[in-house]
Write a protein that binds this ligand. Structure first.
Ligand SMILES: [Zn+2]
Length: 279
């Protein structure tokens, strides 16, 4: 089984004690490459620095990043932010602009500010001909309206950690978006509405991600999920090595051979990023 985790928050402090071990065990589980999610200019820079510092390391060539600003952090953006993201994106290991988008669930940044910097990042991606790694929570109307307006300039986009309903899914598919599914789908309390929607996602549009250290799949057995048990990770820290569990869970609900699903999503990922990750 071979999978690419398109969304790992690998620079999160949750991984500071054992980041190398987390990477190694992901590779051992067949999860490679890992694509590290950037959440603001600083974290995007840290992620790329981390990847650059590894020549000769077995993980070289198996780690990539995105560069972008999460809507929570939009309030800290200025012109220097776009310049910094542009500079990062010159490195071929930066595969996409994001995560960017709108989050009206927590409103950590004022909504007009979120919209402004979301659009600026869409324009950046369009100018650089890079895919977009998108985040949307409780902001469907504004989010889809903005995407619609810029649609012609967008090379490719993935709505990462999709948690919406049928209407949202149909809209995103009609806009040509890929759909990123995380272990949210394994959560019987809040993710079961996603299970019937899986069948609506065309085989060529599905991408898989853990969003680690967040969203430990609740269907994982306790021994497998052991890890950090404190604070916000009291239910266990998620890791990229758990991606095969998510793939098997999805395959079971689609009535598909897990190997076939893995092969399909691997190819989708190469296609989405316009890269051949072989070798
Ligand atoms: Zn997100």
């Amino acid at each position: 089984m071979r999978l690419i985790d398109i969304g790992v928050n690998l620079m999160s402090p949750a991984f500071t004690p054992d980041r190398e071990e987390v990477i190694r065990s992901a590779f051992d589980a067949g999860v490679s490459p890992l694509i590290i999610t950037g959440a603001d200019a600083a974290s995007s820079t840290r992620a790329l620095d981390f990847v650059r510092e590894r020549p000769g390391n077995p993980a070289a060539g198996r780690l990539y990043t995105t560069a972008g600003v999460h809507p929570h952090n939009a309030k800290n953006c200025n012109e220097k932010t776009i310049a910094a993201l542009t500079a990062l994106a010159r490195d071929e290991r930066v595969l996409a602009i994001g995560e960017c988008g709108l989050d009206y669930n927590r409103d950590f940044s004022p909504r007009p500010v979120q919209r402004e910097w979301f659009e600026r990042q869409i324009e950046l991606a369009a100018g650089l001909s890079l895919p977009l790694f998108l985040h949307e929570r409780d902001a469907f109307e504004d989010f889809s309206r903005i995407l619609e307006r810029h649609r012609d300039g967008i090379r490719a986009m993935v709505v990462h950690c999709f948690t919406g309903g049928e209407r949202e899914l149909e809209k995103y598919l009609s806009l040509g978006a890929y759909i990123g599914i995380t272990g949210w789908v394994c959560d019987e309390r809040r993710g079961s509405h996603l299970i019937p929607l899986l069948k609506m996602i065309p085989g060529g549009r599905l991408l898989l991600e853990t969003d680690a250290p967040f969203l430990l799949p609740r269907s994982l057995g306790a021994p497998e999920a052991q890890g950090n048990t404190r604070g916000r990770f009291r239910n266990g820290r998620n890791e990229p090595r758990f991606l095969p569990h998510i793939a098997r869970f999805i395959a079971a609900h689609l009535g598909k051979d897990p190997e076939v699903l893995c092969r399909e999503t691997y190819e989708n990922t190469c296609c989405f990023f316009g890269r051949n990750f072989e070798g």
